[in-house]
Ligand binder design. Structure first.
Ligand SMILES: [Zn+2]
Ligand SMILES: [Zn+2]
Length: 260
């Protein structure tokens, strides 16, 4: 079965193409199940307006757009309503209250920042290079706590932290994170965008540990443009990556609603 659950829309201010075009590309690509998981809005404090995120007041429009596409494709392709969501403990309960008003099918855990919510000077950007052991441990602790909430269906780019320090510590922390995901039967995503864009993830050190522990793996397109909904030119490299680490690929996700 051809599925894809990691897809963005222009609501996040850094993706191109319309949701209608994404859905059409998915249908033409032969997907049976297609999920929109745009970057979540968050009830940030002190009126902080995130430059690369949907705003809270745009959420109803995003939901309406996805649900109307679901109707349009009914019987041809299943469309799901999701979000890629950071786990910010300080704002988590407030976010869940907002989610409760909408028929959300699933959340991907996408931890682009940690320590404090985005907009706070204490927020650590996961993409910034670091060799600080304390940051690696805090990132891992945060991810494990997020997984423990039971609200997520998949861990997007679990290796997004750009850690350049001690390899042994990295492997040890990777194993903690992978084991936590396995305990909840959550798949870990090999991120095709990172692979195609030659980012610091997927990180071979991380996926070697995934392979040795035998965790479930999914391939995330992480489409921020219509041409990346079904990036046929990128599949050979992704398949080579899966083979190289002998990863246990699973095609479908078990969707968990955050409101369940
Ligand atoms: Zn994005
Ligand atoms: Zn994403």
């Amino acid at each position: 079965m051809k599925t894809s659950y990691h897809n963005h829309t222009p609501f996040c201010r850094h993706a191109s193409g319309s949701p209608e075009e994404y859905a059409r590309a998915a249908y033409e690509g032969g997907y049976e199940k297609f999920g929109f998981s745009d970057h979540t809005p968050y009830p940030f404090r002190k009126g902080y307006l995130p430059p690369t995120r949907m705003r809270i007041e745009e959420l109803p429009d995003y939901v309406r757009t996805v649900l109307s596409l679901r109707e349009e494709y009914r019987g041809k392709m299943q469309i799901f309503l999701g979000f890629e969501t950071e786990y910010y403990p300080a704002l988590w309960q407030d976010l869940l209250k907002i989610y409760a008003g909408y028929p959300i099918d699933y959340l991907l855990l996408g931890q682009h920042g940690f320590g404090m919510p985005e907009g706070d000077p204490g927020c650590i950007n996961s993409f910034e290079k670091t060799d600080d052991a304390a940051k690696l441990v805090l990132f891992t602790d945060t991810m494990i706590e997020a997984i423990g909430t039971g609200k997520f269906s998949c861990v997007a780019h679990p290796d997004v932290l750009n850690y350049r320090g001690d390899d042994d510590l990295y492997r040890e922390q990777a194993r903690r994170l992978i084991s936590a995901a396995m305990a909840k039967d959550l798949p870990l995503e090999v991120n095709m965008y990172g692979l195609a864009d030659r980012r610091h993830y997927p990180n071979p050190l991380f996926w070697k540990e995934v392979s040795s522990l035998g965790a479930k793996v999914v391939l995330g397109r992480d489409a921020h443009a219509v041409r990346r909904v079904d990036p046929i030119d990128e599949y050979p490299a992704a398949e080579e990556f899966l083979r190289r680490f002998d990863l246990n690929l699973t095609e479908d996700l078990v969707l968990i609603s955050p409101n369940g």
